[in-house]
Design a protein around this ligand. Structure first.
Ligand code: NAP
Length: 341
């Protein structure tokens, strides 16, 4: 049964930055098959339509004059089991970390490095979430979605999702159009581990682990993240506020000639990815606080809301960080979350 929409709804606790915002209508979506009727109703009522999962990658700079579709669908279904592969379809409203833990408990491997990322499964393909050397696209089989504009169901293969670095078709051609309803993952039943990130290696060796298993990786990622990143339930944040800038080989050589110690890693096609956190830290921002808007004291890439910060407070701080990084390094930092102004 379709739950009624709540009118003039408070969104503060539906976004992990805890920014104050209201929605004219907050419509829970508990069954994806209701989406054609719900999107039609939202269109007839008027105003904009926003799809919300865990609210962990959004900056509410304004109220929503129309309908927020709050994805709360549940369900994890095995579609196929072949050899050492399992194909599992997960409903959009499932909590991401709970799904990663569920997969591990069932002996389905490949997502351990993505443990503790806040948000829902349905939001994961939008920015192709990634951490510690693994991206969603590495394990993605297909995405099911309702196309609000074309009024039809879509199934996009991993290739059709065109997922790049924290990017996908859902941020581009299908932005504001596709409501992701299910995500299907291809996971392995044979243990395989990826642990080449320095923080992860340090954590694993501090635990004296000789033969690394997916469970070790999961535990180590959780420990590193808990030590370094703020828990949104305790301190409002939207994870990394800026993307790591990827520079051409020539631009990278110029930057490295002037700043040989700049933290960097090779990216695709000879490009070079620089650690945005390092650039921000060098400009003295780590732990900075302006009113209730601040920069996390253990990770300069994360902006935090100490209590009553507004979107303007956070965005003013972000703009000053961008300006100082640009002035010192000539690098433009792009925000990672969706900013609604
Ligand atoms: P870190 O380990 O301090 O490394 C700094 C940056 O250098 C990372 O952003 C990472 O890029 C890159 N890097 C480090 N080791 C690398 C390697 N062996 N190969 C290629 N690139 C490497 O990073 P952190 O801030 O603590 O974050 C750890 C991981 O969690 C990263 O993968 C980060 O992206 C992810 N994370 C994501 C969010 C988010 O909101 N999107 C928030 C927190 C953490 P990549 O970002 O490309 O991995």
């Amino acid at each position: 049964m379709i739950q009624p929409a709540q009118t003039d709804a408070d969104l503060r606790y539906l976004n992990t930055l805890h920014l104050p915002a209201r929605a004219a209508r907050l419509q829970p979506v508990d069954d994806a098959s209701d989406l054609p009727a719900l999107t039609e109703a939202a269109r007839n009522t008027g105003g904009s339509i926003l799809v919300l999962g865990g609210g962990s990658n959004i900056v509410f700079g304004r109220d929503i004059d129309g309908t927020v579709l709050h994805m709360r669908t549940r369900g994890i279904d095995v579609l196929a089991h072949t050899g050492s592969d399992v194909l599992v379809s997960v409903a959009a409203g499932e909590n991401w970390h709970a799904w990663v833990a569920f997969a591990l408990a069932h002996g389905w491997h490949g997502l351990e490095n993505l443990a503790l990322i806040p948000g829902t499964v349905g939001a994961a393909p939008v920015q192709n979430i990634g951490a510690y050397g693994v991206e969603l696209i590495d394990r993605l089989d297909h995405v099911d979605a309702w196309d609000m504009t074309g009024r039809r169901w879509l199934r996009l293969s991993a290739a059709e999702c065109l997922a790049g670095y924290r990017d996908s078709v859902f941020k581009r051609e299908l932005a504001g159009r596709a409501v992701i309803t299910r995500v299907a993952f291809r996971l392995g039943t044979r243990p395989e581990v990826r642990c080449d990130y320095a923080d992860l290696q340090r954590e694993l060796s501090s635990r004296g682990v000789a033969q690394v298993t997916p469970q070790h990786v999961f535990d180590a990622v959780c420990a590193v993240r808990r030590a370094k990143l703020p828990d949104p339930a305790v301190l409002g944040n939207a994870g990394s506020f800026f993307r790591n800038p990827v520079l051409t080989a020539d631009a990278a050589a110029t930057l490295l000639a002037a700043h040989p110690d700049a933290a960097h890693h090779p990216a695709a096609d000879g490009a070079v990815k620089f650690a945005a956190a390092w650039l921000i830290d060098q400009c003295g921002w780590k732990g900075a606080r302006r009113g209730d808007a601040g920069v996390h004291d253990r990770q300069a890439l994360v902006l935090v809301n100490h209590g009553e910060a507004s979107a303007t407070d956070l965005l003013d701080l972000a703009a000053d960080i961008q300006a100082s990084v640009h002035a010192r390094f000539g690098v433009t930092l792009e925000p990672e979350p969706l900013i609604l102004l």
